[in-house]
Ligand binder design. Sequence first.
Ligand SMILES: [Zn+2]
Ligand SMILES: [Zn+2]
Length: 166
Amino acid sequence: MSCSICYERFTSPVSLPCGHVFCRECIQRTVDTIKCCSVQHFCPTCRAAYNVVTIDSSLIPPYLRPHVLPPIRPVFFGSGSPSSPASAESSHQNTAASIGRVTAEADALRTSCITWRQRAEVHAAANAALLGFARKAKEAALRMRSERDAARSECLVLKRKLSEIM
Ligand SMILES: [Zn+2]
Ligand SMILES: [Zn+2]
C-alpha cells in the first residue's frame, strides 16, 4: 500500500471523502497550494471535490457531533510492520516522491484554475446580460421621454383650443 502522490509507504495515512488514501503530509501540501484562493479541493486520484472547512464543533448539536467527520481523516491499517527500504531505493523513492508531490500540486492548481475560469465565465455572462438589460432600459426611457414630450405638446395644443372656445 503506497501513496499515489509520493509513491512511498504511507506515513500517517488520511482518507478523503471519496475514499482515496494519501499521506497526511502529501494531501496537506496540495491543500496548502490553493488554500489561499479556495476551500474547495479535489482528490488527486479521482478529482472528486471536497471542502476543507473547519467546523466549530460547538455549533453542532451534541447528538450530531459523532456523525460529522472532518474532510481529511486518519486511516488505520491492520498490523503491517513497515520495513525500511534499502538506501539506493530510498533515494530513488525520494526523487519519485518530489515528482509526485509537484505533480499533485500542479494538478490541484490546474483543477482550481478550471473552476475559477468557469466561475469567471459565469460572471462574464451575467455581466453581459446585465449590460443588455441596462441598454434596453435606457432605450425604453428614451422612447417614453419622446412619447411624453409628444403628449405634452398635444396637451398644450388642446389647452389652447379649449381656451379659444371658452
Ligand atoms: Zn505520500
Ligand atoms: Zn478520490
